[in-house]
Design a protein around this ligand. Structure first.
Ligand code: ADP
Length: 374
């Protein structure tokens, strides 16, 4: 039986472990928090820091393969494990490129992949000399997550509030739509693409509100998005799963925003709505099986459950029964004990063959299901 380790025990790791139940595999998880969402679903939980060389190296030694659920891991340890014969998905070289937004941008440039115009600013002083780029988006090189470490710089005034660290300064794109394409690559270099998912953001919290799949885009935009996503994934020369986030601008040009080398939130809906989920797909890749069918069974939407404004404390899910009564709605609660405003507490997948009905149901779910405290 193959022994496979996952670095990180968050919700993505948990969903990956749920899909492992279909295969013969012994699973290991490395994570600092022994109450993390994945801790009780794996065969072996190891408490330790995914950023620490020794922890990652000792965890990986003796495993057949290792994968990640987040890219902020110790890449040097993964490189050593790889050199000693442990299969790593994706390759440490790909994680290394993606981990830092500066090297990630450079990668797009080196491979002539369309992305927004940018410069690298190593400090606030350099940012002050880059006013010709405004309006722009200032993204911290390493350590950003879920919009943290991303600042919109419209004027000189915003520069005063900017962080002082090596960063990418990108010209602001006139975004018509944000989409994501997940690409699967196996060790035989075979590839499969999921249909694009459209991402809709809450303008106040700047967190993802809904996602809808397939995205409503013209055929030409679809072809561009697929070609770009495939080019991004293939040039890493690595098997794995790559979620490529793209902007469609007001001229219908497609630009890469960023890539995640792992299972991704933009693929949550694939559990119920696609024949082979992104999690199933990653197991196929790791275990050396043929790739799965990425086609949608039905169009789907995801509603993110964020902690409601004004509530901090023990989480209570108001309206849960009403949502579970809706046809083809599937609730995923992450089991976090404490809620606070804007915290990601779960998501709901809903499916319908009719887009109007789908959006109606998604909207209804958003309004009846609230994460409050009691
Ligand atoms: P994170 O890695 O934290 O998710 P992103 O790089 O995806 O950060 O940026 C977060 C959001 O900021 C994007 O989803 C998009 O809405 C906006 N954004 C990022 N880059 C640009 C850009 N060049 N032009 C306009 N908006 C952008």
């Amino acid at each position: 039986m193959q022994k496979v380790g996952i670095l990180g025990g968050g919700q993505l790791g948990r969903m990956l472990l749920q899909a492992a139940a279909n295969y013969v595999v012994e699973t290991y998880v490395l994570e600092n928090d022994d109450e993390c969402p994945a801790a009780h679903l794996c065969n072996h939980f190891v408490k330790g820091d995914i950023k620490d060389f020794d922890s990652v190296y000792h965890f990986g030694k003796g495993l057949d393969a290792i994968t990640i659920e987040i890219e902020s891991v110790n890449v040097e340890a993964l490189e050593k494990l790889e050199s000693e014969g442990v299969r790593v998905y994706p390759k440490p070289s790909a994680i290394n490129t993606i981990k830092n937004k500066i090297s990630q941008k450079q990668y797009y440039k080196d491979h002539e992949i369309p992305t927004s115009e940018y410069i690298i600013t190593n400090s606030l002083a350099e940012l002050n000399n880059a006013l010709h780029m405004l309006p722009a988006v200032h993204k911290i090189g390493e350590g950003g997550y879920d919009g943290k470490g991303v600042q919109i710089i419209r004027s000189e005034k915003d520069v005063e509030k900017a962080f002082d660290a090596p960063a990418v300064l990108e010209k602001a794109v006139n975004i018509k739509m944000e989409i994501a394409v997940i690409v699967a690559v196996n060790d035989k270099d075979e590839t499969a693409l999921y249909p694009p998912t459209e991402m809709l953001f809450d303008p106040i919290l700047n967190l993802l509100d809904y996602q809808v799949c397939p995205a409503e885009i013209p055929q030409k935009v679809l072809w561009k998005a697929e070609a770009i996503a495939l080019t991004v994934a293939r040039n890493f020369k690595s098997a794995g799963l790559f979620a490529v986030e793209l902007f469609v601008d007001t001229n219908d040009e497609v630009l890469v925003n960023e890539t995640a080398p792992r299972v991704h939130n933009s693929g949550h809906h694939t559990i119920e709505a696609h024949f082979s989920s992104q999690y199933d797909m990653l197991w196929r890749i790791i275990l050396g099986y043929p790739l799965g069918n990425t086609a949608a069974i039905l169009p789907s939407a995801i509603v993110n459950l964020l902690g409601a404004e004004g509530y901090t404390g023990n989480a209570f899910y108001e309206g849960l029964e009403d949502v579970l009564r809706i046809d083809n709605a599937f609730v995923h609660l992450y089991g976090k004990k404490q809620t606070k405003p804007g915290r990601k507490m779960g998501h709901v997948t809903v499916m319908s063959k009719d887009r109007t009905d789908l959006m109606h149901k998604a909207n209804k779910i958003k309004h009846i299901l609230k994460v409050i405290s009691k």
